[in-house]
Design a protein around this ligand. Structure first.
Ligand code: HEM
Length: 410
């Protein structure tokens, strides 16, 4: 499938109107220009579900995120002009920017707490946190469902995984939320300050684990401390750098999906009633539709390290691709009436967690947190509505979701 110029599409991931509501742009792209070439960024944009899946599963280091998975406009404006060098390993950069085998070596070193059994063991902890939040929030009569409920719970889970005291959760949440603040003129997100502060926060606790002997009881950190693949131990800062995606990914996404998903149910009382008839059976089904419909991550990028053809489009070494996950979830070739929220629709496959090498490491944890948060809320709250006049969905090229959703109980 070649890039079409049938109708010119004013899509730019950093354009103010795209960041405010990308969905109409995605619809038009899928229909008219499923592979769009953005000359100024030397980047191809893929909007159809199947093309995105094909691009991400090519393997063989055809694509590596050398330009980062979330390049800002300045980075994309600098064209690579041919071959791109892989990054040096000393100091060790974040694994997400590396190809095989380094990506996998670093990922495997901290994957243990994300395995299904480990996640199951965390479930009681998450349920207790959810209920403690509801104990504190429900008497207030109204609160912010994104930040005060799911936000604090998810940030607390991140703290536990990173061996940080739980009272750091509000600080972690506030820091990660800065990533949603975009420069409306320049577009993009200046993530360096936020990431730097996150690394600073984690370093202290990594050093503590190292001094305590890193016996494996905090597997996320200990696994990286004990990594001996590179003939030298990683430093505390290098380890914290590896954990940035967990710090952000674990805090940012689940709260927005929880709040947005409950908002969709409140807007469709018949659906809410059906879900309520058997929470044990229906909530695990309903969260799958929430993941399809509400997942806030809009896109990620890769850089071609080989000449490669995707969906009939030739891509030269050094050029970039952007895959629009936000569009894949709304692809009418994949889902009937994709813009309708239907709590029990059939979802044979989904791209909200990505695909291929970078497939979300937190997928099981995310599903468990969503299930527990939605279930605990519906059990405790017989009736609720939203104050949409005060709801906030900031323009964002990256995490387009409900930053703030005030809920009114009763
Ligand atoms: C429903 C919630 C979540 C969604 C929709 C989601 C979505 C995604 C997506 C789309 C990717 C692929 C990025 C790419 O292709 O470049 C990804 C990767 C990742 N996610 Fe998640 N995520 C969620 C929850 C979590 C949680 C709970 C954690 C950790 C506690 C987490 C940590 C990560 C990490 C570490 C990566 C790998 C990044 C990389 O290798 O570039 N995510 N996630």
């Amino acid at each position: 499938m070649a890039t079409s110029t049938a109708r010119r599409i004013a899509y730019d991931p950093f354009a103010r109107e795209v960041m405010a509501d990308p969905l109409p742009f995605y619809r038009q792209l899928r229909a008219d220009t499923p592979v769009l070439f953005l000359e100024k960024y030397d980047t191809f944009v893929f909007s159809r579900f199947q093309d995105i899946l094909d691009a991400l599963t090519i393997g063989n280091n055809a694509f590596i995120a050398t330009d980062t998975t979330l390049p800002d406009p300045a980075r994309l404006l600098r064209h690579n002009e041919g071959k791109v060098a892989e990054l040096p390993l000393d100091p060790m950069p974040i694994g997400a920017l590396l190809g095989s085998p380094h990506y996998e070596v670093l990922r495997q070193a901290h994957i243990k707490p994300f395995r299904p059994r480990a996640v199951l063991e965390l479930e009681d902890f998450v349920r207790t946190l959810a209920n403690e939040r509801l104990d504190a929030l429900l008497p207030q009569g109204q609160f912010d469902l994104t930040l005060d409920y799911g936000g604090i719970v998810s940030a607390s889970v991140v703290c536990r995984l990173l061996d940080m005291p739980l009272d750091f959760a509000p600080e972690v949440l506030a820091l990660v939320n800065q990533l949603s603040l975009t420069d409306p003129d320049g577009g993009g997100t200046d993530i360096s300050v936020t990431i730097g502060r996150g690394v600073e926060m984690m370093v202290e606790f990594i050093a503590r684990r190292r001094n305590a002997g890193a016996d494996g009881s905090v597997p996320m950190i200990d696994g990286l401390i004990r990594l001996d693949h590179y003939g030298r131990p990683l430093t505390d800062v290098e380890i914290a750098t590896q954990l940035v995606c967990v710090f952000v990914g674990g805090t940012e996404t689940v709260p927005k999906i929880t709040a947005h998903g409950l908002m969709e149910l409140a807007a469709a009382p018949d659906q809410l009633e059906e879900v309520r008839t058997d929470l044990d059976r229906h909530v695990p089904i309903a969260i799958e539709e929430m993941i399809r419909f509400c997942a806030p991550a809009q896109w990620f990028a890769r850089t071609a390290h080989k000449d490669v053809t995707v969906a009939g489009q030739q891509i030269r070494v050094g050029q970039r691709i952007i895959v629009l996950f936000g569009s894949a979830g709304r692809d009418e070739a994949e889902f009937d009436e994709p813009d309708r929220f239907v709590w029990n629709r059939r979802i044979p496959r989904v791209l909200s967690f990505g695909a291929g090498q970078h497939f979300c490491i937190g997928v099981h944890l995310a599903r468990m947190e969503l299930r527990v948060l939605v279930d605990a809320f519906l059990r405790r709250v017989p009736s609720f509505r939203f104050d949409m006049d005060r709801a906030l969905r900031l323009p964002s090229s990256f995490q387009w979701g409900w930053n703030s959703l005030p809920v009114i109980i009763g």
